[in-house]
Design a protein. Structure first.
Length: 186
């Protein structure tokens, strides 16, 4: 692992533990046992470092979304909904930290908007396989999307088995939603 990767990994850990206010070069250097010179070798200041942290978060999230799409391919919509928590793990603490950061920083907000749009796009596509009405598919997709976001700020954070139970309940609602919409052409 390169020292740049170490800086980014530790920065993500600090972001998860302390929020953006804790992402300070001197403290992270001490945690890593590296010098500030090492930091400046890889980053053009704190702004560049924070940008790199956002890029890391976005690329990690994109990889998770792609992995989920592959894992869910071939499942029925109901099965895919139930499997979502296992295949789209959201680290609630990191998600909450980035959401908090997005309230005060335009670049963090833009990154989070792209991430949320990608997550929502997957959910909308899943629901479009269930209902023909695009507005109903989007509304149905918003439910798990908002539940996941809410879980990131809930205290205590819901356990994995609790989230699985919530998504199981959502999957059980699929027949009722399907009845509200004309059949999907297939």
């Amino acid at each position: 692992m390169t020292s740049k990767d170490r800086w980014l990994d530790e920065g993500m850990t600090v972001l998860r533990e302390q929020g953006i206010a804790g992402v300070r070069v001197d403290r992270i250097a001490a945690r890593l046992g590296l010098t500030k010179g090492s930091f400046h070798h890889h980053f053009d200041g704190v702004g560049d470092y924070r940008r790199a942290l956002l890029e890391r978060y976005e690329s990690d999230t994109a990889a998770i979304v792609q992995s989920a799409l592959s894992a869910l391919a071939g499942l029925s919509p109901e099965q895919a909904l139930m499997a979502l928590p296992a295949h789209v793990p959201v680290d609630p603490r990191t998600d909450a930290a980035v959401r908090g950061w997005a309230f005060e920083d335009d670049e963090a907000r833009a990154t989070l908007e792209r991430i949320d749009a990608a997550r929502l796009q997957v959910l909308v596509a899943l629901w479009q396989a269930i209902v023909a009405d695009p507005a109903l598919a989007r509304a149905a997709a918003m439910i798990p999307h908002l539940i996941t976001m809410g879980a990131s700020v809930a205290l205590p954070t819901p356990r994995d088995d609790e989230m699985a139970a919530v998504f199981g309940l959502l999957a059980a609602l699929v027949p009722a939603v399907r009845e509200q919409s004309p059949p999907v052409a297939g």
